[in-house]
Design a protein around this ligand. Structure first.
Ligand code: ZN
Length: 203
């Protein structure tokens, strides 16, 4: 189970983390986790380019090593990158020292102060260790559900369309698992944003 939008109590609990951007403009913040991936990431990049949209990619260190050329394309196209650990570590199952090592290992390949914890799972100790290292920890306000194999691309689009607003930080995935839903949902989300006069911006 997952929640499409993050409830207020969860945001209060982790109020030092970034859940949402200012809602007073026309900017929406699309983010893509778990890449680079040889099929999903080029699809995302070309779709974003069609709409002149910028986004943030939270990359896994070992995927950056495997797909260094695609990682370069993300940077060359003016998007922001963030650290998503070296091997998609679950913070609740890893002690702080090991967790920080995973972030530091990924930082060898990803030059960024933005960090998003895999699964959104991070302990207080891990969060404060990363903050001391000057990482800016980004959560989200809206999950697209693109990783959910029990829903269609249309349902994924509908979730996003119903909850999207200026300042939203939206999670998608440039992964093999999410791609079947992403192919339909991402262009539709960008079209909807265009109709609303909202711009997709990088962090
Ligand atoms: Zn992830």
């Amino acid at each position: 189970m997952y929640m499409v939008t993050t409830p207020w109590w969860l945001r209060m609990w982790y109020r030092n983390l970034l859940w949402q951007m200012p809602a007073n403009g026309n900017k929406v913040y699309l983010t893509f986790d778990d890449g680079p991936h040889p099929e999903a990431t080029p699809f995302v990049l070309s779709t974003l380019a069609e709409f002149n949209a910028k986004a943030t990619f939270f990359c896994i260190g070992k995927n950056v090593t495997t797909h260094a050329d695609i990682y370069q394309q993300i940077l060359e196209q003016g998007h922001t990158v963030g650290n998503h650990t070296q091997a998609h570590t679950n913070g609740f199952k890893t002690d702080t020292e090991k967790y920080v090592q995973g972030v530091t290992a990924a930082a060898q390949h990803i030059n960024s102060s933005w960090f998003r914890p895999p699964y959104g799972r991070l302990t207080w100790a891990q969060a404060s260790a990363l903050r001391q290292m000057n990482y800016r920890i980004v959560m989200w306000s809206l999950l697209s559900g693109d990783f959910d194999t029990s829903i269609t691309g249309e349902q994924c689009y509908n979730y996003v369309q119903q909850h999207l607003q200026p300042g939203s930080i939206v999670v998608f995935h440039d992964s093999a698992k999410a791609l079947p839903r992403l192919r339909l949902a991402l262009p539709k989300v960008l079209k909807y944003m265009q109709a609303m006069g909202w711009q997709s911006a990088a962090l």
